[in-house]
Unconditional design. Structure first.
Length: 213
C-alpha cells in the first residue's frame, strides 16, 4: 500500500486468502488499486522479467524452499530489477519466546526436527542464493521496539493476532499453552527495557539485491 500510494502499480501475492482479504479492505479504505493474487514464493504467478521491484517484508522468510523462492524472485525481476527484503535476526527476547512456542508445537504434534531454517539475515547466505542468478547483495541492519502497557498485555495481543501464535493455539493443549505463556513472560520480564510499562527490541536486516552490471 505504501508503494501504491507513491504511484507504483502493485501486484500483491500471498498464500493466505484471509490476509489478501484484509489487504483488499484496507486498500479500499485508502482508495488504492491493488492487484491481489493467491500464490507462494516458490511459485509466483507472474511472467518472467515483468517486475521492476520484488519486495517482501518478513514474508519470503517463511518459504518452505528457499532455493525455489530465490529462483522465482530472480525469474520475475526485470534485467535491471531489484529484490528488496527484510528478515529478522534470530536473537533477542521475541525470537527466544517464539522458539519456545515452536518447540511446544513440535512436541504436541510429534514432528521430527527438520533442517535449520535458511539464514535470510546473513549476507553470505543471500549471496549464495541470489548470486547464481546474477545478483549482488548489500545488507543494512536495523532494530524495532515492541511496546505495550505490560508484558502480559503485549503477549496477549501476540497470541490473538500473530499468524504463528494463532496456528499454535489450535494445536496446544490448555496446559501446554499456559506453559508457553509462563516461559515467554519470564523472558519478556527479564528483557523489559521500560520500568513503567513494557518494551523489548528486535533486530532485523534489509537486504537489497541488484543485478551485476
Amino acid at each position: 500500500m505504501l508503494a501504491a500510494e507513491r504511484g507504483a502499480r502493485v501486484i500483491a501475492i500471498d498464500p493466505a486468502e484471509r490476509l489478501l482479504s484484509v489487504a483488499a479492505e484496507r486498500a479500499r479504505e485508502r482508495g488504492l488499486d491493488l492487484d491481489l493474487r493467491v500464490g507462494t514464493a516458490e511459485e509466483i504467478p507472474l511472467d518472467g522479467g515483468s517486475v521492476e521491484l520484488v519486495t517482501s517484508v518478513l514474508g519470503v522468510v517463511f518459504a518452505a524452499d528457499a532455493d525455489a523462492a530465490g529462483a522465482e524472485m530472480a525469474r520475475i525481476a526485470t534485467p535491471r530489477g531489484r529484490i528488496v527484503l527484510s528478515a529478522w535476526i534470530p536473537d533477542g527476547p521475541v525470537a527466544r519466546a517464539m522458539r519456545i512456542g515452536r518447540e511446544a508445537v513440535a512436541t504436541a504434534t510429534g514432528a521430527q526436527p527438520g533442517p535449520p531454517p535458511f539464514p535470510w539475515h546473513e549476507r553470505e547466505a543471500l549471496a549464495g542464493l541470489l548470486g547464481p542468478h546474477g545478483f549482488s547483495v548489500a545488507l543494512e541492519e536495523r532494530d524495532i521496539a515492541f511496546r505495550g502497557s505490560s508484558a502480559a498485555q503485549w503477549f496477549e495481543e501476540e497470541v490473538r493476532f500473530h499468524p504463528v501464535r494463532v496456528a499454535a493455539a489450535g494445536v496446544l493443549s490448555e496446559a501446554a499453552a499456559a506453559e508457553v505463556s509462563r516461559r515467554s513472560l519470564e523472558i519478556f520480564a527479564a528483557a523489559n527495557e521500560d520500568p513503567d510499562a513494557f518494551q523489548v527490541t528486535s533486530r532485523y536486516v534489509i537486504a537489497v539485491a541488484t543485478r551485476d552490471g
